[in-house]
Design a protein. Structure first.
Length: 256
């Protein structure tokens, strides 16, 4: 993912609300979210180039999400796929801290990334750039291609949109999809400098990215209520027309 907005234990009906956009090169082969044939417990999309994923959940309530940390001046050629960090956790679902401790020892192998993982009742955050492992408290959070809650324009706007939606005790998931489909660019003076030049910083500044060869491939909504009933929705976009298809899955987490 390249934009993750989430509310954790702040809403009267939903203990967890996630709205996220996945940005990727249009020609990178991908399977939309479904339960995996080789790991039937896992619900996630799949990157066919490296075999991992960017966001998913399993039937036990395990959850993992990843964004890349954008620092083009320090890219490691031949580094392992960061998406495998997500799929490995969803398949095995060890304790969050016990999973992150050995990963931290391998921090230098990977290009920069952020992970949010755990269960719907126990979320943790880690970045291999900051190298801090910590448990998240209740709150509304945002994550893009810097550290958690770094106030990039798209993140500030996205969190504000999410807060407004969550003011309602009952809301339509479509409200979250509409919030994510925001392709307005930030002003140049608000842009970060991540080493890619002004034109690309501008192009990547919107919540929903559109360009010739790179942009938002899908939007994902996850709602988990206080009885551990989960609604997982993924909207995949045609990269030329931006027409979309939406799939929905309902789960009772922790039940076979």
């Amino acid at each position: 993912m390249c934009l993750i907005l989430f509310s954790y234990k702040t809403h009267p009906e939903y203990k967890l609300v996630i709205a996220a956009n996945r940005d990727e090169f249009y020609d990178r082969p991908t399977i939309p979210a479904s339960f995996w044939d080789d790991h039937e417990n896992v619900l996630a999309g799949r990157d066919l180039e490296a075999g991992g994923t960017w966001m998913g959940i399993n039937r036990s309530g395990g959850l993992c999400m990843l964004t890349n940390y954008r620092d083009m001046k320090n890219i490691k050629a031949g580094a392992p796929s960061r998406g495998k960090l997500v799929s490995d956790f969803l398949i095995a679902q060890p304790g969050p801290d016990s999973y992150l401790q050995p990963i931290d020892l391998l921090y230098a192998k990977y290009n920069g990334y952020n992970l949010v993982l755990g269960t719907v009742d126990d979320l943790w955050y880690y970045s291999n750039i900051q190298r801090k492992i910590y448990m998240l408290g209740s709150g509304i959070y945002g994550l893009s291609n810097s550290f958690l809650d770094t106030p990039w324009p798209k993140l500030v706007k996205g969190k504000r949109k999410l807060e407004q939606i969550l003011e309602e005790a009952h809301f339509d998931p479509e409200d979250l999809f509409k919030a994510l489909y925001d392709d307005d660019l930030a002003r140049d003076e608000e842009l970060p400098d991540t080493g890619i030049g002004l034109d690309k910083e501008r192009m990547l500044s919107s919540m929903f990215i559109k360009s010739q060869d790179y942009g938002t491939r899908c939007s994902t909504i996850l709602l988990v209520d206080n009885n551990n009933r989960a609604l997982f929705m993924e909207r995949t976009f045609d990269t030329k027309t931006f027409e979309y298809q939406t799939k929905s899955y309902e789960l009772n987490l922790g039940r076979k």
